[in-house]
Design a protein around this ligand. Structure first.
Ligand SMILES: NC(=O)c1ccc[n+]([C@@H]2O[C@H](COP(=O)([O-])OP(=O)(O)OC[C@H]3O[C@@H](n4cnc5c(N)ncnc54)[C@H](OP(=O)(O)O)[C@@H]3O)[C@@H](O)[C@H]2O)c1
Length: 243
């Protein structure tokens, strides 16, 4: 079983859905965790459960459409954890489904970019330079396989921007010990994915852990968590290594 003992992981949007599964899995691998959501009480029960596994757990809160709140939550995370080794930029919003495809609003674009792109970049800008100094870090940015749904384009275009952000960093990260990759968890029955989604949220594991555990120096990969559903972590890592 791989170990993340002694590392600190920050998971944004840890209170439910993918983030709660991920945080639990990271703690089970020995990582201390910083759990983020919009309100501290959203992660209180999860924090208590994870603390029972013996890892250190910190909770931080912040609305990701507010860049000052992003700075404040990062201050709080760093003050309590000291340093962050692994970041899952998992929190995101999906804008309303616009039946009239010609009427996706400017506000839809603005809010999805604030939460899904600008805050994600701000978190990377703050946490990645120290990772580069320490010559170790893993950044996993949640993206989506969504396509051909112009009714949701404010959301899907924000995820395309995340993909571009990650891929443009590839040359900068080569040989640094810091890896930044993309993760599509699959269409899951979470609050964001909705009840019609084909997959249970738990099926994001173990695939969601793969980009944090691989040590191949490669950035810019697009991991589909569903490719690894039903495998052990070891088998998932072997499959990811084979590519
Ligand atoms: N579910 C799917 O089918 C699917 C498919 C492809 C990609 N994804 C991606 O996977 C990631 C996780 O999705 P999910 O389905 O687990 O979502 P979810 O169940 O809706 O959970 C969203 C999480 O993000 C936090 N959050 C929401 N809006 C926020 C805001 N404005 N500021 C700060 N935090 C906010 C929530 O915290 P609170 O408790 O405070 O609300 C919650 O912890 C997202 O990046 C999503 O785009 C999901």
């Amino acid at each position: 079983m791989p170990s993340l003992h002694g590392k600190w992981s920050l998971v944004t949007g840890a209170s439910r859905g993918v983030g709660a599964h991920l945080s639990t899995a990271l703690a089970q691998l020995g990582s201390n965790v910083v759990l983020h959501s919009r309100r501290l009480d959203h992660t209180r029960d999860l924090a208590a459960r994870l603390a029972q596994t013996g890892v250190k757990v910190v909770t931080v809160a912040g609305e990701l459409s507010d860049q000052r709140a992003v700075d404040d939550l990062l201050d709080a995370a760093l003050e309590q954890a000291g340093a962050i080794d692994i970041v899952y930029n998992n929190a995101a919003i999906m804008t309303p489904y616009r039946e009239n495809t010609w009427e996706v609003t400017a506000e839809d674009f603005r809010t999805s970019f604030e939460v899904n792109v600008i805050s994600l970049a701000r978190i990377c800008y703050r946490l990645m330079p120290p990772m580069l100094s320490r010559r170790w870090g893993r950044v996993v940015n949640l993206t989506s396989g969504i396509k051909e749904q112009p009714e949701l384009c404010a959301y899907s275009i924000s995820k395309a921007a995340v993909d571009k952000f990650v891929r443009d960093f590839v040359p900068k990260l080569a040989g640094t010990g810091v890896q930044m990759n993309l993760l599509d968890p699959g269409w899951l029955r979470t609050d964001l994915g909705g009840p019609r989604a084909p997959n249970d949220p738990a099926t994001c594991l173990p695939g969601a852990l793969v980009p944090a555990l691989l040590d191949d120096g490669i950035s810019g990969r697009f991991f589909c968590a569903q490719d690894y559903a039903g495998l052990t972590i070891e088998a998932a890592l072997t499959k990811a290594g084979r590519r």
